[in-house]
Ligand binder design. Structure first.
Ligand code: RB5
Length: 148
């Protein structure tokens, strides 16, 4: 699995924690910034990562901003992206099992690095269940193919 990660200025510390986790889990990843403590615009980081996942260049993405909301709204504009904003481990598990989420968003002003790490680990290691859930995702894909 190949993972793309990025954050805006509001998510730098959790992004660093996620990078450590990916190293420990021996999961290949690339960090797309930001490298700054000054203010940047979250769509400039969410959209390139979402496009890399949608194109198949990366299998999954993890995006962090202050709330996680800006990142998730932006990423979900890209066709083929199912980005889930998760601040608890139950949602992280079920968005993989049932929604086959390909991007995880979290907010550094909402949760701490310890919980973010647990959420990311569960999200990275849980497989999609398929079956009836695949049929539901198919309906989203059909909509995207017809309208986007
Ligand atoms: C940046 O101040 C903040 O708006 C951003 O990190 C994020 O929370 C937006 O959704």
């Amino acid at each position: 699995m190949k993972v793309a990660i990025a954050s805006d200025h509001g998510g730098v510390h959790i992004r660093q924690e996620i990078a450590k986790l990916l190293e420990e889990l021996k999961i290949e990843f690339e960090d797309f910034g930001c490298d700054c403590e000054t203010s940047v615009d979250y769509p400039d980081y969410a959209l390139p990562v979402a496009e890399k996942v949608a194109s198949g260049e990366f299998d999954r993405g993890i995006l962090i901003c202050g709330t996680g909301i800006g990142m998730s709204i932006s990423a979900n504009k890209v066709k083929g992206i199912r980005c889930s904003l998760c601040h608890d481990t139950f949602s992280a598990k079920y968005t993989r099992l049932h929604n086959d989420a390909n991007i995880l968003a979290m907010g550094e002003r909402v949760i701490g690095p310890g919980l973010a790490r647990e959420i990311a680990e569960i999200w990275l290691t849980t497989e999609f269940e398929g079956g009836r859930h695949a049929k539901r995702i198919g309906k989203i894909t059909d909509y995207e193919n017809k309208h986007l």
